[in-house]
Design a protein around this ligand. Structure first.
Ligand code: HDD
Length: 670
């Protein structure tokens, strides 16, 4: 151990003092340095997306994209481009819970040979507003209210809904934010979107419009609201832990990069304003082509140095990709650079290790707080002869960034194009594309959020001015649920599609149980052989089984053999698992039936529509919990698992993720 000056430290536990009980000496340079450093450990958190978790990995393109883009990292399938990816919530502060209802950030920094490319996206493909000049307004409205700094990490309050009710361009994103998309099961199981329309530009200078997508290979899955709220208390780090553990266990999260490429000449035919970030291009109109894969395979070494200090910037771009005139994007080009000055304390943040490009940096930038580079020589200007003209412009080797020479003309004015005027048709498309259970969840979310709004006129305005323009059933159910008069719906869907199946999570599931967590409830007397065989079969398919008992240590199997316990009941809960298994064993099940925690565990899992499996006496625990053993997603067999269809049926039930069709779930308490 040394001081910051490299001087060896022989004692760091006692300050330097006069006599064993006397005062501390000012001379104690080690104490002063240690305390000074501690006193200044905090930096301002991000003004949005303060809470995040990140991982290292790499990106590989499947085949050369030279036809569309000259970006070097999109040319050669054998090249692995290093990446750093940060996932985040938007509204909460650094210490808030992971599972709140919110948009999730999905920011990817590609360290390409040609410099850094940052794709700073979200898990929702549209945004609340059309012009970045309104960003401070929407964020002020959604963040805790200024007079009492409440509520934390939640949109269920007056100022957010006041804003929504007065700004109809929020309608589409509000539908997404109230849907299950805002409650991801895991960062590994959510889509990502670049949101804006970008350009891809090839070596011939031909530009095409592009929308970027991230498609998780594990499929898309969400939590339910009751579960999310409980998780926020039981494990506020639920998503962070999930990402960390998956990578530690070698279950590397993977996402395919998708592109929707649109020829400039096809824009009019498409009939969608590509510069409006409140609009999607439905995948049914322009298919998503999967062009490469992102793999996250290494956890950060130090949270602060990497996850906290990483600075993403929409303006970090490489030749072959370019911006558009989307007014939200244009504002972002400024904001991300600017915000780091306060957050990272000066203009040299690109020199922090996590932000440094792998590509060499040569320019005349100099000085400023925290400068690391030691510029050599006398010439810190261009052009110069004293430095031999260095650094040379990137002209000869064609690697210099040349902005796409878009032709522009017009009058200077603060105006919004009429083509940005349709605020509701895609909100309607989104709602109508959801499955019935997803629609139910969305309605329940609105009843929760608006139910928390104190001012009646705000609730009424949201219903009348926003929801009434989206869907008749939606506005009726919400108005009735809030005890408000039902306004007449006035819905005029304009798009080419009635529905876009790609918008429904139900269509984005993967028939796999890979990385799912299954709880096995046991007590002394458990049928250990049965537990072991079911566990082995499930784990062979990539899921993880955790044995849960009242206490840590071991329980006695029916034949006397010890069974290792992974988690004690007080330290865990059903909400941390995707499914529950109750093995037989008369004494074990008799004990569980008398155990309130065990009954609550299965009832809660049932209410959250998770798969439940039980064999032999295990069925009695279900019955004691008031659960029908033939309910959807309940896989129960009086016989043992061996030789029967139990395993395959249970695995299929887990792969379905949730069994929304359980009509009687309200009859089971939890
Ligand atoms: Fe933003 C952070 C995503 C609109 C201004 N934003 C931030 C992060 C993500 C996004 C993922 C966290 C990056 C990280 O992990 O460090 N933001 C989006 C998306 C938007 C969007 C997908 C709409 C398409 N943002 C947006 C606008 C503005 C900003 C319109 C301002 C004009 N965003 C910021 C910021 C942040 C930020 C204030 C805070 C911390 C940071 O940049 O580094 O500059």
């Amino acid at each position: 151990m040394t001081t910051d000056q490299g001087i060896g430290i022989e004692n760091t536990d006692d300050s330097l003092r006069v006599g064993a009980r006397g005062p501390t000496l000012l001379e104690d340079f080690h104490f002063r340095e240690k305390m000074m450093r501690f006193d200044h450990e905090r930096i301002p958190e991000r003004v949005v997306h303060a809470r995040g978790s990140a991982a290292h990995g790499y990106f590989q393109v499947y085949e050369s994209m030279a036809e569309y883009s000259k970006a070097r990292f999109l040319q050669d399938p054998s090249v692995k481009t290093p990446v750093f990816v940060r996932f985040s919530t938007v509204a909460g502060s650094r210490g808030s819970a992971d599972t709140v209802r919110d948009v999730r950030g999905f920011a990817v920094k590609f360290y390409t040979e040609e410099g850094n490319f940052d794709l700073v996206g979200n898990n929702i493909p549209v945004f609340f507003i059309q012009d970045g000049i309104k960003f401070p307004d929407v964020i002020h409205a959604v963040k805790p209210e200024p007079h009492h700094e409440m509520p934390q990490a939640a949109s269920a309050h007056d100022s957010f809904w006041d804003f929504v009710s007065l700004v109809p361009e929020t309608a589409h994103m509000v539908m997404w934010a109230m849907s299950d998309r805002a409650l991801p099961r895991s960062f590994r199981m959510m889509e990502g979107f670049g949101v804006h329309t970008f350009r891809l530009v090839n070596a011939q200078g031909v530009s095409r419009f592009v929308k970027f997508h991230w498609k998780p290979l594990l499929g898309v899955a969400s939590l339910v609201w009751d579960e999310s709220q409980k998780l926020a208390g039981k494990d506020p780090d639920y998503h962070r832990r999930d990402l960390w553990e998956a990578i530690e266990q070698g279950d590397f999260p993977e996402y395919e990069l998708g592109v929707q490429i649109i020829e400039e000449s096809d824009v009019d035919k498409l009939g969608i304003e590509l510069l409006d970030p409140t609009k999607i291009v439905p995948e049914e109109l322009v298919p998503v082509r999967r062009i490469g894969k992102l793999t996250l395979n290494r956890n950060p070494t130090n949270f602060f140095a990497e996850t906290e200090q990483v600075a993403f910037c929409v303006a970090n771009i490489v030749p072959g990709i370019d911006f558009t005139d989307d007014p939200l994007m244009q504002a972002r080009l400024f904001s991300y650079l600017d915000t780091q000055l306060t957050r990272l304390g000066g203009p040299n943040f690109a020199e922090i290790p996590i932000n440094r490009p792998l590509a060499p940096v040569h320019n005349h930038q100099q000085d400023g707080f925290h400068r690391q580079t030691i510029n050599a020589g006398r010439a810190n200007y261009h052009p110069n002869s004293l430095g031999g003209g260095c650094p040379m412009l990137s002209v000869g080797n064609k690697s210099g960034f040349v902005h796409h020479p878009e032709k522009l003309g017009g009058q200077k004015a603060r105006v919004r194009s009429e083509s940005f005027g349709d605020h509701f048709s895609q909100a309607t498309l989104f709602f109508r594309s959801l499955s019935k259970p997803e629609q139910e969840h969305l309605i329940e979310a609105l009843l929760f959020e608006l139910g928390k709004v104190e001012r009646k006129e705000i609730r009424q305005r949201v219903v009348e001015r926003i929801l009434a323009n989206i869907d008749g059933e939606l506005v009726t159910r919400v108005a009735e649920g809030l005890g408000l008069p039902v306004p007449r719906a006035s819905v005029t869907p304009k798009g080419k599609l009635e529905k876009s199946p790609a918008l429904s999570i139900e269509n984005l599931k993967k028939e796999s149980i890979q990385t799912r967590r299954i709880a096995a409830l046991v007590a002394d007397g458990v049928d250990a052989a049965e537990l072991a065989s079911v566990r082995a079969a499930i784990e062979k398919m990539g899921a993880k089984v955790k044995v849960i008992a009242k206490r840590l240590g071991t329980v006695k199997g029916a034949g006397g053999q010890p069974v290792e316990v992974d988690k004690s009941a007080p330290t865990t809960a059903s909400i941390e698992y995707d499914a529950v298994f109750i093995p037989g064993g008369a004494a074990s099940v008799a004990a569980l039936k008398k155990d309130g925690d065990a009954l609550h565990f299965v009832q809660e899992a049932y209410r959250h529509c998770k798969a439940l499996g039980a064999t032999k006496e295990g069925l009695e625990l279900l019955r004691a919990a008031g659960i029908a053993v033939n309910a959807p997603g309940v896989v129960a067999t009086e016989a043992g698992a061996d030789g029967g269809a139990f395993i395959s049926t249970f695995v299929a039930a887990i792969a379905k993720h949730r069994h929304w069709e359980r009509a009687d779930k309200d009859g089971v308490p939890a």
